[in-house]
Ligand binder design. Structure first.
Ligand code: KIV
Ligand code: NA
Length: 275
């Protein structure tokens, strides 16, 4: 199967085919997600919370994102790799934004994602000018949780809904090839999906979208307190816990390692060693 490109993603919307995106932060997980046939792999800055144990995404650096994007790229997935731009890598100036996006592409990303819409049309345009496909992200934007007043459902009033819709429209007009719509009232996501020509990829914003995205640790049951919109498709936490418990039990009882798992010297060599 051929590599998923921006053209494939745009075509999917026209054909009414749902786009499937999931996060991954390392080579083996990216390989498995790709084997499962996802369209896009997001190297999200959710990395900070789900992998690095940080309190929020605000502590994630360009260095972190470059290292993990490169790890995902080493899986050589057919899926498009989207590298998340971390906090303070694109807000301060347009030129810094383009240079940092370039670093993610050099690390192996096929596109980058920034949080925001209307306020970042200059950044989106400059990235396009540099040949860097950009995904926008509207609704709940976790990097701005302090300004937003926490991680809350966005667009419950018509005023707020209009703001989010405008964000998505202006991002698409500026040249974003897709827009993530996070934790908005479902009507807002449906309205955006109807109005913009590029795909909407939703998380916690209902079914009337061109695609869906989930954090893979939430999907696999590896996060202790996942958001309410993250469906658990497996309970890997208990699988991992019982496997390690079984190992610990066998080490303590002497069952591990068993005879087929260790090897001796050549015959006669042990006797020579004793002399
Ligand atoms: O970082 C991330 O995982 C994300 C998705 C939740 C869209 O931005
Ligand atoms: Na993110």
């Amino acid at each position: 199967r051929e590599k998923v490109t921006v053209r494939h993603v745009l075509k999917a919307k026209k054909r009414g085919e749902k786009l499937v995106m999931v996060t991954a932060y390392d080579t083996p997980t990216a390989r498995l997600a790709d084997e499962a046939g996802v369209d896009m792999i997001l190297v999200g800055d959710s990395l900070g919370m789900v992998v690095l144990g940080l309190p929020s995404t605000l502590q994630v650096t360009m260095e972190d994102m470059v290292r993990h994007t490169a790890a995902v790229a080493r899986a050589q997935p057919r899926a498009m790799i989207v590298g998340d731009m971390p906090f303070m890598s694109y807000e301060a100036s347009v030129s810094e934004a383009v240079r940092n996006a370039g670093k993610l592409l050099a690390a192996g990303a096929d596109a980058v994602k920034i949080e925001g819409g209307s306020l970042y049309t200059d950044v989106i345009k400059a990235m396009r000018r540099a040949g860097i496909p950009v995904m926008a992200h509207v609704g709940l934007t976790p990097q701005k949780h302090k300004l937003l007043g926490g991680y809350r459902l966005v667009g419950k009033t018509a005023e707020e809904a209009l703001e989010v819709i405008r964000d998505a429209e202006e991002a698409a007009e500026a040249g974003a090839f897709a827009v993530v719509v996070e934790f908005t009232a479902w009507e807002v996501a449906r309205e955006i999906t109807r109005r913009i020509p590029v795909p909407t990829i939703c998380i916690g914003s209902g079914p009337y979208c061109d695609g869906q995205v989930l954090v893979i640790h939430d999907l696999l049951g590896l996060t202790p307190s996942p958001p309410p919109f993250a469906k658990r498709y497996a309970d890997l936490a208990s699988i991992i816990r019982s496997a390690v418990e079984a190992y610990a039990r066998e080490v303590r009882s002497g069952q591990f390692p068993s005879s087929e798992m260790y090897w001796g010297m050549k015959s006669g060599e042990y006797q020579r060693l004793q002399k």
